[in-house]
Structure formats: C-alpha cells, structure tokens
Design a protein around this ligand. Structure first.
Ligand SMILES: Nc1nc2c(ncn2[C@@H]2O[C@H](COP(=O)(O)OP(=O)(O)OP(=O)(O)O)[C@@H](O)[C@H]2O)c(=O)[nH]1
Length: 396
C-alpha cells in the first residue's frame, strides 16, 4: 500500500536524494579518478533533476508555464546526461551529439507551446523524450553488462530501474491524455501523483545504485585483468596460465589430452643491447600480436617471464601442437620489425609437448616442452622441436 503522503514532502525527499547523489558522484569523480567524466555527468544529472523539482515547486518564482517548462527542460537535460554517462563508464564514445540535439530541439519546440500554456502535446514531447532516453540508457547498460560477461537475467534485473523509470516517464503524458485536467501538476495530491512520486523516489535510489554497480563492475574487471594479465603484452601472466594448465590437467582425467607450445624469442639480449630496452618491449608486443591469431578461442597464451611464452592448446595432440608452432614460427620470421629505422629479424625457438595420462601434473608436461625448447636452441634456433614421451619399459 502506498502511504497517502503530502506531495510537497515527497518532492522534498526527492530533491534530498538527488542532492546527496550529486555530491556522492562528485566525490567519486574527484577521489576515485575512475571514469571521471561519467561520474561528473551523473553528478550533473542528479543536480539537474533536483533543480528541476525545486523549480517545479518554488512558489516564489511565481509559477506559470515558463517556470514549469524550465523545470521540465532541466529534467530533459538530466536524462540526456544519464544517456551519455552509461557508455562513458565503459570508456566508449557516448551519443552526446544526438542527446544534445534532442535537448535543444525538444526544448525549443516546448518553449513555443509553453508561451500559450502547457499542453498535452508539450508534456508528451518532454516526458516522451525523457522516457525514451531512459529506455535507451537501460538498453546500453544491458549491452554493456552482457559484454562484460554477466548473465542475461542478472543484466535485465540490474537495468530494471532505468527501464521502469522510462516507462514511468512515458506514463505521465499518457495519463494527462487519458484524464485531462484531473491530475495536472505534480503538486496536485491525486492518487496517481502520489504513486508516481513514490515510484520516482524508489527508482531514483535504484537508478543511482545501478550506475554505481556499473562503475564497480568495471573496477572489479580491471582488478581481475591486472591480476591475470601481463601488463606489457596483455598475454596471461605466469600464475593465471599455471592455474589454467592445472585445470586442463584435471580435465585430462576425463580423457581430454592437451598440447603445450613453449616459445622463446631468439637472441633477445642482443636485440636489447643493440636497439635498447624499449625496442625489446616493442618486439615482445609484436611477437604476441603475431602468434595470438594462430590460436583458437579456447587456446590460451601466457608469458612465463622474460621473452618466454607458452600456449596451452586443449584437446590437441603433438601433431596439432606441431602445426600451430610451425605456423607461429613461419609468421614471426616473415614479420618485419624495425626500430628507429633499423630493421631486425625476429625469430623464436619452439618446444612442444603433449600431455599423457601418466603425467602427475601439468608441470611435468611443461618440463618436456622445456626440454624440447632447449633442443631447439641447441639446433641453431628458429626451429620447432618435440620430446617424445618415454615408452614404458617392456615387462620381462
Ligand atoms: N626489453 C625487455 N627485455 C627483457 C624483459 N624481460 C627480460 N628481458 C631481457 O631478456 C634478455 C634475455 O636474454 P637471454 O636469456 O640470454 O636470452 P636470449 O638473448 O634470447 O638468448 P637465446 O634465448 O639463447 O636466443 C635479458 O637481457 C633480459 O634482461 C622485458 O620485459 N623487456
């Protein structure tokens, strides 16, 4: 049951919520330094929404159509900012031109009407645009959450405040059209207005919560990336790859063999000494960009340290690993690498191994691949080598 509250009290509560949220977003923008533009947009959106309600309710301004129009225009600009903020959280280009155009066009058209009194058409245009912007922000947030790997149901749940708010905004002109003159202004204490204000209050809180969650999710994924990725090459780091190898070794108990391709850049120290450390870093990035496309989506590439990398190939035998390694070797040797006008032939040596049910752990498979790599280096580098599994001793 919705309590029968005085609309002025409800509006005061809404203004307080928007005011507090604006301050919190400002503090987050300044203190966290994460997605500052998105946070500033959200601070401004909350401030504008609060301002919109204050303007709506301040009798000292004399009321009238123009004051009401200003109040709605601030609300419109606030929704444009929410629409812009969602892609900004994901560091994507926001549709700011379209949103600004919508604000300018709709405000201009609405001013014309405001001069002759607020019409149902004006309401439909203003609230309709706000509602559509809220729905579009909800859609963008949904796509963002899905792209970050969240399940569809959870994503829908999280963006529900934006969608409900969109529908709530669309309900106002519809209600004005269905019952003209019945409810009119928000200050009127009609049942519809009270329900609308209560819903707006709850959704204002939920909306800010959703947007804060988007930011938190981004931070969590960033932390996860930092703990699992090598910062220079963006390949997996040694610990993450080793965990993936252990998991794959477990899967082997259910009959899934896997292959390893261990690769080590040739004469990397010489490259560093001749062209400099920065050139060495660029060469490592080039190596990853060349070998990564040789892998399937299920394969994983990790940097074990220095100029040594390892590719984990699930459901792959030694022949498959040899094919992948040879493709990598040929592509890398064909890659032209130059630093400050000086070209350098990039090559790598490869050691491959296939898991066996007799291997006690993934470390044993890696040890064989390392043996093979050592052999490849001994054979003059830029070659692929394998170490055959030792066949069990014949029983006597
Ligand atoms: N630029 C750069 N150099 C690194 C990095 N990590 C390790 N190194 C350097 O990589 C070099 C590795 O040298 P070595 O282990 O002798 O290997 P190599 O010169 O490639 O010799 P071979 O493997 O036998 O062909 C060392 O000079 C390290 O300082 C890095 O992240 N960036």
């Amino acid at each position: 049951m919705i309590p029968n509250t005085d609309p002025i009290t409800m509006i005061a509560a809404l203004v307080t919520v928007f005011g507090v949220a604006a301050v919190v977003w400002l503090l987050v923008a300044g203190g966290l330094r994460e997605s500052p533009w998105a946070c500033l947009c959200l601070a401004a959106a909350n401030a504008l929404l609060g301002g919109s309600f204050v303007l709506h309710d301040l009798p000292s301004l004399g009321g009238g159509a123009l004051q009401a129009w200003w109040s709605d225009a601030l609300g419109l600009a606030a929704f444009a900012l929410v629409r812009i903020a969602v892609p900004l959280v994901a560091e994507r280009r926001p549709p700011w031109r379209l949103s600004a155009l919508a604000v300018v066009v709709v405000s201009t058209l609405a001013t014309q009407w405001a001069e002759g009194g607020i019409s149902i058409g004006q309401k439909a245009l203003l609230y309709g645009t706000m509602g559509v912007m809220s729905l579009l922000a909800g859609r963008d947030a949904f796509l963002l959450l899905r792209a970050r790997g969240l399940r569809a149901r959870l994503s829908v749940l999280l963006v529900t405040p934006l969608l409900v708010l969109g529908l709530l905004l669309l309900a106002r002109p519809l209600e004005a059209f269905l019952a003209p003159g019945q409810t009119g202004d928000l200050n009127g204490g009609s049942g519809f207005n009270i329900v609308w204000l209560w819903s707006a209050l709850v959704i204002a809180l939920a909306l800010n919560g959703t947007l804060a969650f988007l930011l938190l999710l981004k931070l969590m994924l960033e932390i996860q990336r930092l703990t699992q990725r090598d910062p220079l090459t963006d390949a997996m780091n040694r610990r993450a790859l080793s965990e993936a190898m252990d998991a794959e070794h477990e899967r082997q108990r259910r009959g899934h063999r896997y292959g390893l391709v261990l690769l080590d850049m040739d004469r990397f120290k010489q490259l560093n000494d001749t062209l400099g450390h920065a050139a060495g870093d660029a060469a490592l990035q080039t190596l990853v960009s060349v070998v990564q496309p040789c892998l399937r989506e299920v394969d994983l590439l990790g940097r074990l340290g220095g100029e040594e990398f390892c590719a984990l190939l699930p459901d792959t035998d030694i022949a498959g690993a040899a094919l992948v390694a040879e493709r990598m070797r040929v592509l890398l040797a064909a890659q032209s690498f130059a630093w400050n006008g000086q070209s350098w032939a990039l090559t790598a040596s490869f050691g491959i191994a296939e898991s066996s049910p007799d291997d006690p752990s993934a470390a044993e498979v890696l040890r064989r691949a390392d043996q093979a790599l050592y052999r490849a280096k001994g054979q003059g580098r830029n070659v692929v080598q394998a170490v055959e599994l030792e066949s069990p001793a014949p029983s006597t």
